[in-house]
Design a protein around this ligand. Sequence first.
Ligand SMILES: *[C@@H]1O[C@H](CO)[C@@H](O)[C@H](O)[C@H]1NC(C)=O
Ligand SMILES: *[C@@H]1O[C@H](CO)[C@@H](O)[C@H](O)[C@H]1NC(C)=O
Ligand SMILES: *[C@@H]1O[C@H](CO)[C@@H](O)[C@H](O)[C@H]1NC(C)=O
Ligand SMILES: *[C@@H]1O[C@H](CO)[C@@H](O)[C@H](O)[C@H]1NC(C)=O
Ligand SMILES: *[C@@H]1O[C@H](CO)[C@@H](O)[C@H](O)[C@H]1NC(C)=O
Ligand SMILES: *[C@@H]1O[C@H](CO)[C@@H](O)[C@H](O)[C@H]1NC(C)=O
Ligand SMILES: *[C@@H]1O[C@H](CO)[C@@H](O)[C@H](O)[C@H]1NC(C)=O
Length: 796
Amino acid sequence: MNKKVQQSSTLLRVKRFNSAPYFLFTVVALLCYFITQIPFSSFGPSLQLDIKDKDDNASIDPEQNVLQSLKINLASNWAKKYTAEAHLAGTNYPLVEWTEQKLQEFGFDTTIDPYEILVSYPKDHDLNLVDADGKLVYKAPLKEDVVKEDPTTYNDTVPTFLGYAANGNVTGHYVYANYGSKEDFKALKEHDIDVRGKIVVVRYGKIFRGLKVKFAQDLGAIGVLIYSDPGDDFGITPANGFKQYPKGPARQESSVQRGSVQFLGGEGSTPGDPTTPSYASKPGVERKDPHSSIGKIPALPISYREVKPILQKLNGHGAKISGFEGELDGFDYYTGPSKYQLNLFNEQEFKITTLWNVYGEIKGEKSNEVIILGNHRDAWIKGGAADPNSGSATLLEVARALGNLKRAGHKFKRTIILHSYDGEEYGLLGSTEQGEYFAEKYQRDVVAYLNLDVSVSGKNLNLGSSPVLNALLFDVAKKLDYPEGGSLYDHYVEKHHGEKIKTLGSGSDYTVYLEHLGIPSVDLGFTGGKDDPIYHYHSNYDSYHWMEKFGDKGFVYHNLAAKYLALLTLQLSEREIINFNLENYAAGLLQYYNETVARVPESWLNRSANSDRKEVEKEKKLDFEEYKYTKRITQSHYVTPICRRMQMGIIHGNKHHHHDESRNLRQILDRTYHQLTFLRNSTEQFDKKSELLQVQYDHIDELPLLQRIKLRLQIRFHNKSLKYFERNFLYSKGLNQRQWFKHIVFASGRYTGYAGQNFPGLNEAIEDKDFNIFVHWLHILNRKITTVANHLNNSN
Ligand SMILES: *[C@@H]1O[C@H](CO)[C@@H](O)[C@H](O)[C@H]1NC(C)=O
Ligand SMILES: *[C@@H]1O[C@H](CO)[C@@H](O)[C@H](O)[C@H]1NC(C)=O
Ligand SMILES: *[C@@H]1O[C@H](CO)[C@@H](O)[C@H](O)[C@H]1NC(C)=O
Ligand SMILES: *[C@@H]1O[C@H](CO)[C@@H](O)[C@H](O)[C@H]1NC(C)=O
Ligand SMILES: *[C@@H]1O[C@H](CO)[C@@H](O)[C@H](O)[C@H]1NC(C)=O
Ligand SMILES: *[C@@H]1O[C@H](CO)[C@@H](O)[C@H](O)[C@H]1NC(C)=O
Ligand SMILES: *[C@@H]1O[C@H](CO)[C@@H](O)[C@H](O)[C@H]1NC(C)=O
């Protein structure tokens, strides 16, 4: 269709209205609508508002086609290849090229995207236990055993180390600090156990390991030792009669969990390259001091076999604190210190080096609407059969299936891009840097991001998601069989006691998409349950052999993950109306809100919660800035000043904007609750309209030309609201102390690193007992939901 047809259709629509002012308004509004909605390219030879419908190869059913391709299961081939040689971040370029070549073979256009990032590589380490006279009592080997059945463990393995742990050679008394959480250190203090000048020994679990080091460092500790306690193995232990790997499902006693000790999600830190906070690590950029994101004290990881003689020397010394007990045999879980000392030596090479992301793309008809699937490639170890290369194998299977579909003549509606990231392990490096580099483009174009990290380490499906995608995740799960009977959906709801999907925190590559850019994201994978074999996370025993023998015999869960992901991708890329459910999001907001309000201290409720006038003005200005920003990204095309004013009027309807004169907190909480229910009502209507439009679209060929054009326009407007819905929850100034995190609903806990924290602004204020900050965030939330609800209401 060309420009003339579009204009005459405008006039035809307008003629139906006779009241003069309304007529004028409508003409201007519709003109604005056209000017702003139609890309300039429409005026040239390539037309976006194409009326040629369903130009696809109609004889192909895309879903059946990919499922057919995945009847063949090649996941084990890819897994074997990825786990054959060490592939730490920034190493093993041949594997980068191999990944690119595979994607090319499957029919994707590929790119290798390099970044220059600070990482650290192991050089040397040493750990000695000495008595009061300085005599050596025990020297830890700091090595995992060779296991005859498992060739991955033989040689060329990666030494045990912690990424970004500072270099140093320290000697001092040591104390046991349980999981090294905020509460654990508080408990130590309450028992008069001072960690200043000491080495802290903590066990893995509960919070991200980097924050254990941060908290210890903040309190003046000189070094950290982190070990895996059998007490965290759900009873699958030798003490309960389970044999160790490779003979049985229990943890191999020499196994060591490597990992990053970046301060991920902690206050003052940003994910990604610690020398380029919030901007991309391309050559020549300014480099900052990295120490707001990485530590200054040395740290080492250690096995439970090695830590035993060390911890046993604390028996009967210091305090016995409830909740600190594990199941290490011969240790009574006293905190120490004793007269014994540790000498801990860590040496690594810190360097800025090249990391490589690999991208593969199939262009859709709507090339500016993009679905991204991502997985990282780098591992701490030679193997990495689960973390991350179960995900890598799954991703290649998805690529193969989508490639076959393309080859069969199917034309994809939206663009699909697969990402293989480097450096996730050190601190979400590859994904964060590219997210920062392509921020504007991604915010404009990306509809959804699907993440795979460990796609298989057991049989239980786990999901984390932005709630707009929950309904889709369940719908697709209903279409797939679960290997042990029933559907994948049946399995999920049984395991999770209903349709419950957790919200996302951090710890994998979706972080930049959701929490920095506001792009709806999903993280999925099959993990082990309580009674399943211990998965040797970041250890040499996360190997192909373990996967084949214990993790996923026959690679059937790899295959299921690929089917699931491929179908989810098609649902997002091929449906005309973007397949998001907004009501689930609004319902989620209400639920998190209630949970938050329940924690508000009673004594706050009667306090006056007026916002400071100056503050209000400032925030209003910010709103306007953000509005412009959102416009810039949602509206890449020409906008006239008059149109902008009109759109402002439409979107910022005055209905629900009043000042907060003389209100106490209880009133503002109630008003916010009311606004949330208003939002839920708006989303309910909006979702109904989504369904209606899709049904109409499915029969578009039966409509007369003008109806068709009208439907197209409605869909266009509707799709746009769907696509940018989640962006509305970004706050450009970011969270307190963590400005990189922009999402006001979803973040990781500042003291946990991994786990999700909903409404972080509000909940952190409650934790800190800071009334004013709480009020500040409540006003922000109130404004955001009012804006969104008005906008949706106007679109209904
Ligand atoms: C180590 O690997 C080499 C090949 O790279 C092999 O020849 C040798 O047998 C291996 N050593 C052991 C102990 O298996
Ligand atoms: C580390 O310090 C200890 C104790 O001072 C010393 O014996 C040892 O040689 C040092 N190690 C290295 C590699 O410098
Ligand atoms: C459509 O698909 C069929 C069956 O896969 C194939 O034979 C045919 O060549 C395709 N047509 C086009 C135009 O790609
Ligand atoms: C939230 O709390 C209100 C008032 O206590 C209650 O009526 C409502 O059902 C709750 N909503 C959710 C989603 O929990
Ligand atoms: C808050 O005010 C209400 C009435 O205004 C009163 O009934 C209530 O006791 C007050 N609560 C507190 C905690 O002061
Ligand atoms: C939302 O809808 C419910 C049920 O239709 C209605 O009772 C309620 O008043 C509405 N709330 C708002 C704020 O619009
Ligand atoms: C929504 O629908 C319109 C009309 O079919 C289409 O042109 C547009 O690309 C779609 N937008 C999105 C974001 O999917």
